[in-house]
Design a protein around this ligand. Structure first.
Ligand code: NAG
Ligand code: NAG
Ligand code: NAG
Ligand code: NAG
Ligand code: NAG
Length: 453
């Protein structure tokens, strides 16, 4: 079974191999964005380098289309003179069915409170998200306000949030986009907690933990890019050309999640390769002679993983005690054709969001969103409420907000890549401060919403 592919070798990846393989995968019919990390362990006296390498492959389907355009929804709230003080004072909204915080538009507002913090004031910020530090010159991408149509959400009020999170453990579980959101939450809180000397960041291989001692707050992230056991479970060493999972085995990871007060899941991008291998029997996830697997298409596998996850949530989590959220799919802007750009271009050098209402980039699979929605409704029917954070549409517009080449890299770009920054760009993750700060404002609106007390 273990057919050798040049891109499947299990050695540490160098950029040249990654580049070569991303091209190979490209010609195999998709577009791969390969990303690697150096996670700088910036914990008080300790300064160990933890190398975290991750590949996110996103496959564009052929149908680049802009659909579902709705032009009837522009509201007055988007006009000049928006009252930020009012937004600060509004109570978290009762989140009724009639108010959809995820349907709205981005408004450029350089008198707003965005960014919520300054990049260089967040000591723990992950180098691959620190875009200004790594040479990004424009900063307009930090100044956009998300404006829901017809309703509003409270702006981030750090002091109040810290008070309300006292004694709680907030845990993000999923892939590097979820880690991106964890980084954002950490930075939002970092600048809001007095006496930052008492803040601690500790990193183990799969669990990152940010703690505010005086408040007994723990904001954590657990690496489980496919939720179930997979060949991506080692954050620093995994195969890139195929995905192998044990589709029914979640306990090994999930036992680390049970004591959280608030759980925020995601998983999506790692299911975007066309074929997923489902390991049967006891063989190793990492290959070898006794590996026996079925190959199924990714959409079917996505449905199956959500079934496994749902079953676990239903039997292990008491929804009276633990609030649960699932982050929706996020856009990747790897194909500028989608917004009328050049054929080979990507998000590189983009400085403005897309303004076409209802825009959808071609890498997003709406069928997978439907599957996620349906899994969550089935759980709800059993009395388990996991709130979907439906951020898919709001991320679609933000082609301007990715790190591109302005991020810490595992190795410096090769000459080849320097010549082709389009292809070497990270169009998957999000600069901080930036778009994930808004996901967190919305998340906090739900966590403290008046109806879900
Ligand atoms: C916008 O404001 C105008 C006048 O101020 C009002 O007539 C209109 O109904 C408002 N539209 C919405 C969607 O609130
Ligand atoms: C704010 O943005 C407007 C355009 O939207 C621009 O004319 C103005 O110079 C900007 N002000 C600052 C302080 O950046
Ligand atoms: C701190 O919070 C945890 C839950 O995250 C709780 O189990 C523990 O008892 C709290 N400790 C103190 C000293 O309040
Ligand atoms: C990566 O994983 C493979 C397969 O388990 C192993 O053979 C190899 O030694 C690992 N490499 C590193 C650098 O840990
Ligand atoms: C989530 O947003 C999409 C638009 O991006 C919409 O089609 C879908 O119905 C929304 N889902 C829910 C459950 O609100």
């Amino acid at each position: 079974m273990g057919k050798k592919h040049p891109c499947s070798s299990s050695m540490v990846w160098d950029m040249k191999t990654m580049f070569h393989c991303s091209i190979t995968i490209f010609f195999l019919g998709g577009l791969a964005t390969l990303v690697s990390y150096n996670y700088y362990k910036n914990n008080d006296q300790e300064a160990a380098m933890i190398k975290v390498s991750l590949a996110t492959a996103t496959f564009s389907t052929a149908n680049a289309n802009i659909d579902d355009i709705d032009t009837s929804t522009i509201t007055n709230a988007t006009q000049a003179g928006f009252d930020h003080q009012r937004r600060l004072k509004i109570a978290p909204p009762p989140l009724t069915e009639t108010c959809d915080l995820f349907s709205g538009r981005w408004v450029h507002d350089n008198r707003s409170h965005y960014p919520l913090y300054k990049e260089d004031e967040c000591r723990f910020l992950h180098g691959d998200l620190a875009c200004q530090t790594y040479g990004r010159k424009d900063s307009k991408y930090q100044q956009w306000r998300w404006q829901p149509h017809g309703c509003d959400f409270p702006r981030f009020d750090g002091k109040a949030v810290v008070e309300r999170l006292k004694g709680k453990r907030l845990l993000f579980v999923g892939d590097s986009v979820n880690r991106n959101q964890w980084d954002s939450m950490m930075c939002m809180l970092y600048s809001s907690i007095p006496g930052s000397k008492k803040l601690r960041l500790s990193l183990s291989k799969t669990l990152y933990s940010f703690k505010a001692k005086d408040y007994n707050i723990s904001v954590d992230y657990y690496w489980a890019p496919m939720l179930v056991e997979s060949n991506g479970d080692d954050p620093s060493n995994h195969s890139l050309d195929h995905r192998t999972v044990r589709i029914k085995s979640i306990e090994k990871h999930a036992r680390h999640w049970v004591d959280a007060d608030i759980l925020v899941f995601n998983t999506y991008l790692w299911w975007r390769l066309p074929i997923i291998r489902l390991l049967k029997g006891p063989g190793s996830l990492l290959g070898g002679p006794d590996q026996v697997y079925d190959e199924v298409n990714n959409v079917r596998a996505y449905k199956m993983v959500l079934e496994t996850w749902s079953k676990w949530v239903h039997t292990h989590i008491n929804p009276e005690k633990t609030k649960m959220f699932f982050m929706g799919l996020t856009a990747t802007h790897s194909s500028a054709k989608d917004w009328g750009g050049k054929k080979q271009a990507t998000c590189y050098k983009e400085t403005e969001p897309v303004t076409v209402d209802g825009f959808r980039e071609s890498g997003t699979d709406p069928e997978m969103l439907r599957i996620l929605e349906s899994s969550l409704s089935k759980l709800k029917a059993k009395g388990v409420n996991v709130q979907l954070m439906n951020i898919t549409q709001l991320t679609q517009y933000r082609k301007d907000a990715h790190p591109t080449v302005h991020r810490r890299l595992w190795r410096p770009l090769t000459e080849e890549q320097e010549k082709n920054p389009e292809r070497a760009s990270d169009c998957t993750h999000w600069c901080l401060p930036g778009v994930p700060d808004v996901w967190n404002e919305l998340l906090l609106a739900y966590i403290f919403s008046t109806t879900s007390q």
